[in-house]
Design a binder for this molecule. Structure first.
Ligand code: NAP
Length: 215
């Protein structure tokens, strides 16, 4: 596939490199310096190159959105026309100092994004712990060997593309259902990210998943 990376920081830089190494054509875009994009592209493979968001979007089969929530409007504006594109988003709707979600409860960042780009097909992808709404899907996949990564969206073709990309970076894709499920998963995803950044000295997360019998 041709994949445009919108936001080449920790997430976009890493995922774009893995996509290129898995054989996709990758355009890294949107960093504060062009040299960084060129460096990332050179280190990935010959299949990767640096470009502008508009160049990343032009011929892309899929776009990875990996910017801070406060940069989403800017990068989309620079990308230009994204009608018909599959946009796999890992951007969480965080405030400026990443302490809380700015969209929550009755909507999600994923749904807010889908409203911004109505003619594109948004799939939200998360690393997450199982939340109650996902017990069923995780149970169906409990023999999977690779770590799970949940994704949700309203367009089946776009979700197939997202699932392929999730497999390419070493995770087992878990279809969590329609895009509105993102409003339940985003808070968990935030929790996981916060715990990861706290490191060993930080709080520990304990959770228990119970298997319920048939009602
Ligand atoms: N879904 C999940 O499970 C999950 C997990 C972790 C993170 N996230 C989310 O993923 C998103 C990206 O996270 P990240 O850690 O990769 O962020 P990041 O490292 O800060 O990357 C953001 C990118 O945007 C670029 N950028 C920022 N301001 C810019 C500007 N004014 N002009 C041009 N480029 C600019 C940065 O440039 P530089 O490279 O020059 O800094 C960087 O390449 C966030 O929304 C985060 O919440 C989601």
């Amino acid at each position: 596939m041709r994949i445009g990376i919108l936001g080449s920081g920790l997430m976009g830089g890493k995922l774009g490199t893995l996509f290129a190494r898995a054989g996709h054509d990758v355009v890294f875009s949107y960093a504060r310096s062009r040299q960084k994009l060129t460096r990332l592209a050179r280190a990935a493979t010959r299949r990767a190159r640096a470009g502008t968001p508009a160049e990343a979007a032009r011929d892309a089969d899929a776009l990875l959105l990996a910017v801070h929530w406060s940069r989403v409007d800017d990068v989309l504006k620079q990308a230009g026309n994204v009608s018909g594109k599959v946009i796999v988003s890992c951007s969480l709707p965080m405030n400026h100092d990443d302490t809380r979600l700015v969209v929550a409860h009755t909507s999600s960042g994923a749904e807010a994004l889908a409203r911004k780009v109505r003619r594109a097909h948004v799939v939200a992808a998360f690393s997450t712990v199982p939340s109650e709404v996902l017990f069923g899907v995780f149970q169906a996949r409990r023999r999977a060997r690779r770590p799970s990564l949940a994704y949700c969206g309203d367009d089946d073709d776009a979700k197939e593309i997202a699932a392929e990309l999730i497999r390419d970076v070493g995770f087992d894709p878990v279809d969590a259902g329609p895009l509105r499920i993102a409003r339940y998963i985003e808070p968990f995803s935030l929790l996981v990210a916060q715990l990861a950044y706290e490191g060993k000295g930080g709080p520990q997360l304990a959770y228990r998943v119970e298997r319920f019998g048939r009602m």
